[in-house]
Design a protein around this ligand. Structure first.
Ligand code: SF4
Length: 327
């Protein structure tokens, strides 16, 4: 680990002032990803700004639904009565991620900012456009079993690792950030994370010097018909091969609207817009769930080692819709 300056911010305004003074400073929330990155020399900030004392830990009802403080811990969020009752999909997604110890430390804002777990990204002896732009992508011709089947580019085929974010995408959340000029802006969740395109070094649309302050989730009427399903190599402490967050708005057995997002398949939470469009106005039947899943997954572009994800995606998506229907 390289030497670094350690600073403590007492107020959000102090944190953004520190970031403004040093563009190689990094914010420390729970530290569950940042410390790994630093130990592996993937991240080498010259300054760490500890934001753990900021008053951004509240989870509360808001006029639009619920507001999650950026520094509230993942465990606290998953177990909050309001989240369990009104947003059970989110609670299940968080509890499907990482381990209890990590969830106890990890913050909501940090969860959104965690970096890919592509093994080449963490190995500084290998080419990686995300870590070292212009060096190449070792995964493209290498072992790419865990990698993307949607939205990848020649520059990067990594997937985004968060479970929590997949549910937030299906729940149409938004991210509130404090800008470097001291004013707030709100980013729609689907616009927060980015596809790799020409610039895989960027994971999201945060600008230099911005601080996430909260995540806002609107009210919904599909809490009773929602599910989060994660398929992984082992039952704990493993990232998704494929995951699906699904919610169904129903009128009797007719689907008014479906809200579906997938994890483990792209560089960002992948909204299953083709499946959503297929299901709208149709009866909630197993056959329609299977057809919707095929509609989505037939557009996938798998790599050499991850063709299995297409079939797995169909089953997982159809299964998640079944589970959402049963509630
Ligand atoms: Fe790096 Fe992305 Fe390629 Fe992985 S997939 S080696 S993160 S450029």
């Amino acid at each position: 680990m390289n030497p670094f300056k350690f600073s403590i911010a007492q107020q959000p305004s102090e944190a953004i002032a520190m970031l403004a003074k040093n563009n190689s400073a990094a914010l420390l929330g729970g530290g569950t990803n940042l410390l790994d990155l630093m130990k592996e020399h993937v991240a080498n900030p010259s300054e760490i700004v500890d934001i753990g004392r900021l008053d951004l830990k509240t989870i509360k009802q808001s006029p639009m639904g619920v507001s999650l403080g950026a520094l509230a811990k993942n465990t606290e969020t998953a177990q909050h009565p309001l989240i369990r009752k009104e947003y059970p999909m989110l609670s299940r997604a968080i509890l499907a991620g990482a381990s209890a110890q990590i969830r106890n430390m990890a913050t909501n804002g940090g969860n959104l900012l965690q970096r890919t777990r592509c093994s080449y990204f963490y190995d500084i002896s290998m080419p990686c456009n995300k870590r070292s732009p212009g060096s190449g992508c070792a995964a493209m011709e290498g072992f790419n079993r865990m990698h993307a089947i949607f939205g990848w580019s020649e520059k990067c085929v990594a997937v985004y690792p968060s479970d929590m974010a997949i549910a937030l995408s299906a729940l149409h959340a938004s991210v509130t950030v404090l800008q470097s000029n001291g004013t707030e802006r709100r980013i729609k969740f689907d616009d927060f994370h980015t596809l790799p395109g020409e610039y895989p070094e960027k994971d999201n649309s945060l600008k230099q010097g911005e601080l996430i302050t909260s995540i806002e989730i609107p009210k919904n009427n599909f809490a009773q018909h929602s599910a989060y399903v994660k398929v992984r190599d082992r039952n704990s402490y493993a990232f998704a091969l494929v995951s699906v967050a699904a919610g169904l708005e129903l009128d009797g057995n007719m689907i008014q609207a479906a809200h579906i997002s997938m994890g483990g398949v792209a560089h960002k939470p992948w909204r299953a817009l083709k499946a959503e469009a297929y299901l709208k106005g149709k009866p909630a039947t197993q056959l329609n769930f299977i057809k919707a899943a095929e509609e989505e997954m037939n557009a996938a572009k798998p790599l050499f080692h991850n063709k299995f994800k297409v079939e797995m995606g169909k089953h997982t998506l159809a299964n998640a819709l079944e589970m959402a229907l049963k509630g």
